[in-house]
Design a protein around this ligand. Structure first.
Ligand code: PLP
Length: 402
């Protein structure tokens, strides 16, 4: 039978391909600045101390088992997860639908499916540039995709005028996918004033905000500060339309492979809340039946117990401050080397990534000549830098820029 005979090979996922090439590279000096995963100062994956505490507690808890979770997952996690996004003051249980998902990607996927169910012609706007998987996820749900300008290459600044014009011109009720903080790939977030402008314009033209929150606590080390845009969006938009929030615990809890996240729909009309829940559960039941229990339990203990939560706050500071230190060091080395160009943006950008401004040719030479791996668009995962390799990376950049 020729069922699969017509298949063509598709290009491999660019980021996972970089990881495979780097893993296979025998050069001892190699540096992986590709995939956005935190590394400690020895270049090793880091299990957060708060997660270790939670795992220990779990292993000593005689009541634990490996039963199925409900379709919507761990309800305690869902509620606590919504509270860290909205803050306890804004959170209203009867106005929030929360469902546990297969991390941030799964939350986006379920959100896309739900939007399509609500209106298959609804237009969805992604920032240009954005995380490459956004396009894949929304396209696979057959939604109409458009982009809004975000980044001005020449000045390495936010294209606020272009963004506002697009909001004005978009069809009423369009969905705008907004990076809640630590924009991927640029590392450049709007200022509080710019968020005001964007969200005011979205309110004026009755658009819907879909916040992608994959880096809360990673950008500044502070959960509340990194949720400011979401809370402002709630203040400005939730009276007229529901707010959709896709939340990942991959980065801020370092639970990448456990696939822990949530989808929240905030302020649906009271008439529609139960219907949304039923649509969501029918959707997820056929896709994955119910989400992972182990990581949800680990995350939930951390969110709900003071001692673990306090340790988590320290852990987020540890990660965000080490990344910031690496930004400063990389920039300082480039300045000391008199590498042509201005490198201030490396320090100013926030979160996991720096949009270095290196061209695809320079990135290719970094890989082939120096064994320094990063995404072709010049995005470097700053978490891959450490005190042993940052000078080598700066010298390598210096060589390819010259
Ligand atoms: N959204 C953005 C912008 C991301 O960068 C990522 C991860 O890199 C995600 C969502 C989702 O990641 P995960 O599915 O691991 O939670």
């Amino acid at each position: 039978d020729s069922l699969f005979e017509k298949f063509e090979a598709l290009p491999p996922d660019a980021l996972f391909a970089i990881k495979a090439r780097c893993d296979a590279d025998a050069r001892p000096q190699k540096v992986d600045l590709g995939i956005g995963a935190y590394r400690d100062n020895n270049g090793k994956p880091w299990v957060l101390p708060s997660v270790k505490m939670s795992e220990l507690q779990y292993s000593q808890d005689p009541s634990h088992n490996h039963e199925y979770q409900p379709i919507a997952g761990n309800a305690v996690l869902g509620e606590d997860a919504a509270k860290i996004l909205l803050g306890v003051d804004l959170y209203e249980k009867d106005k929030t639908v929360s469902t546990q998902t297969l991390s941030g990607t799964g939350a986006l996927h379920v959100a896309a499916q739900l939007i399509y169910k609500g209106d298959p012609t609804r237009e969805v706007y992604l920032s240009n540039p954005t995380w490459a998987n956004h396009r894949n996820i929304f396209e696979s749900s057959h939604l109409q995709l458009k982009t809004y300008p975000y980044w001005k290459e020449d000045t390495k600044t936010l294209d606020i005028d272009g963004w506002l014009k697009t909001i004005e011109a978009a069809k009423k009720g369009s969905v705008f996918v907004l990076h809640a903080c630590a924009h991927n790939p640029t590392g450049m977030d709007p200022t509080p004033e710019e968020w005001e402008q964007v969200l005011d314009a979205m309110a004026k033209y009755h658009h819907i905000a879909l916040f992608d929150s994959a880096y809360q606590g990673f950008a500044s080390g502070d959960l509340d500060r990194d949720a400011k845009a979401i809370r402002l969006g709630h203040a400005k938009l939730s009276k007229q339309s529901p707010i959709i929030i896709c939340q990942s615990f991959s980065k801020n809890l370092g639970l990448y492979g456990e696939r822990i996240g949530c989808l929240h729909i905030v302020n649906p009309t009271s008439a529609s809340k139960a219907n949304i829940i039923s649509q969501l559960s029918t959707l997820t039941r056929s896709e994955y039946s119910n989400p992972p229990a182990y990581g949800a339990d680990i995350a939930s203990r951390i969110l709900s117990q003071h001692e673990l939560r306090d340790q988590w706050y320290i852990d987020m500071k540890t990660m965000s401050s080490r990344i910031y230190k690496m930004r400063v060091e990389l920039r300082n080395h480039l300045v000391a080397l008199k590498t042509p160009g201005n490198w201030d943006h490396i320090e100013k950008q926030c979160g996991m990534f720096s949009f270095t401004g290196l061209t695809p040719e320079m990135v290719e030479r970094l890989e082939t000549k120096h064994a320094v791996y990063m995404a072709k668009n010049g995005r470097a995962s700053v978490a891959g830098l450490n005190t042993s390799n940052v000078e080598y990376v700066a010298k390598s950049i210096d060589e390819v820029v010259h």
